[in-house]
Design a protein around this ligand. Structure first.
Ligand SMILES: Cc1ncc(COP(=O)(O)O)c(C=O)c1O
Length: 414
């Protein structure tokens, strides 16, 4: 396996600047779902706390191509290959199996299916599990993309509140008791999007116990698990409860969101049903992208890159937390994530984040109001999601000052 030299390991200013240049010269390029909600503001936005993007990824792929000539061989290989099976490229599965081995996750290719990002995995799960009126349990708040994927199948959302340790198990217990026949419980165990919370080990055991008691599946969505800045990794729920958990992850946060490559790990029977559903959608995920991901992973480049971005994001998180402490009005609170990309801010009851957004946009700073992360959009009015990975520290400092001013102005009007 090739290892990076100390020199190659270092970020080049140029690589990180790719994002900042776009950010300053062109304003924001806003992607769904943000532009659906506030599309009319797009032209006016300059600051990027609303972005769900990691920061340093574009630079990473460019560096892979430059140093290691990644890409050329892959193109030739893809050109002569008839494609991959629906389940995905077997060597890439073997790479994942090896990286999961420490958790004793099932070491079989039959348990893995590659998808077009985790977003497709969520949709496929909706297709095979949800019929109109079926009950599913999500956190309150939860990942907006999951709501978007599942709304099409018309489930009834039963929502369970979070605290600083993620989904509350006392409330989950009540929700399961009150709603027999729930199809699945959807959890984000590490560095929750949007809340930034992580479920501790004891709570994961409790979750498994409750799910087993009620004969209910768990969907464990873990795009951010590798982006831990401090503390120890916590055992995935899937490793505790293999028969009844479906685990999702993605290369979006470690390699590049634009590759659109994620994976599902689950019991063979469920994977077989998902394979059928995926065949109906697109036959298989791009073989070119799977070959490319394998080429990069098998050279050890992803692990080295993840070590770097953890440091960069950690610094940015720390800057954001410090600036919030210095600039946010009294009565505003927030989560302190141990990794990932997001944190969650709560203003006093009665302060509407959408009103604050209007003032923030006058200051040319944007965020995602909390309401978007609640099924039905009927909660979270005083909350917002901030992203800390995307902007450079000096931009974060300026953005948080402006946001603090906007909050103070809105709060003074009440
Ligand atoms: C919790 C969660 N699940 C799934 C996804 C979708 O990831 P992908 O880019 O792999 O489709 C995201 C992306 O932001 C996410 O935050």
């Amino acid at each position: 396996m090739l290892l990076l030299t100390a020199d190659e390991d270092a970020f080049e200013e140029h690589d990180l600047d790719i994002d900042s240049r776009r950010h300053f010269d062109d304003g924001l390029i806003l992607l769904s779902p943000f532009n659906q909600i506030f599309g009319h503001h797009i032209g006016r936005l300059r600051d990027a706390f609303a972005k769900a993007f990691p920061a340093a990824h574009m630079g990473f792929l460019a560096r892979c191509a430059r140093w290691r000539r990644v890409g050329g061989y892959v193109l030739v290989h893809a050109g002569i290959s008839p494609g991959v099976p629906t389940e995905g490229h077997a060597p890439l599965k073997d790479y994942l199996i090896e990286s999961m081995a420490r958790y004793e996750l099932p070491a079989k290719r039959e348990n893995i299916l590659f998808t077009n990002g985790s977003q497709q995995a969520l949709d496929l799960l909706g297709r095979i599990f949800i019929e109109e009126g079926d009950k599913i349990i999500t956190g309150r708040p939860t990942y907006l993309g999951a709501i978007q994927a599942w709304d099409a199948y018309e489930p009834v959302y039963v929502t369970v509140p979070l605290d600083d340790d993620g989904m509350r198990m006392d409330e989950l217990e009540k929700a399961l008791a009150a709603n027999p026949g729930v199809k699945f419980i959807y959890v984000l165990p590490n560095f929750h999007n949007p809340a930034g919370t992580t479920i501790p080990l004891e709570r994961r055991y409790r979750l498994v116990e409750l799910a087993a008691r009620h004969g209910c599946l768990i969907i464990e969505d873990d795009p951010y698990g590798q982006l831990r800045f401090e503390g120890e990794d916590i055992c995935p729920i899937f490793a505790m409860h293999k028969e009844n958990t479906i685990y999702l992850s993605t290369f979006s946060k470690t390699l590049s969101p634009g590759l659109r490559l994620g994976w599902i790990v689950g019991p063979e029977k469920i994977i077989a049903r998902l394979v059928q559903a995926k065949q109906g959608c697109d036959l298989h995920s791009s073989s070119l992208i799977q070959f490319l991901a394998y080429d990069i992973c098998s050279r050890g480049l992803v692990r080295a890159h993840v070590r770097q971005i953890r440091q960069v994001y950690r610094e940015r998180r720390d800057v954001m937390l410090r600036c919030m402490e210095e600039n946010f009005p009294k009565g505003v609170s927030w989560t302190r994530p141990q990794g990932g990309l997001f944190l969650w801010v709560r203003m006093p009851e009665g302060v509407d984040a959408e009103d604050v957004l209007k003032l923030a946009l006058e200051e040319k700073v944007a965020f995602v109001p909390g309401r978007a992360f609640y099924p039905g959009g009927n909660d979270g009015h005083c909350c917002m999601r901030l992203n800390f990975s995307y902007c450079k520290p000096e931009i974060i400092e300026e953005g948080i000052k402006r946001l603090g001013r906007a909050m103070a102005r809105q709060m003074a009007q009440l």
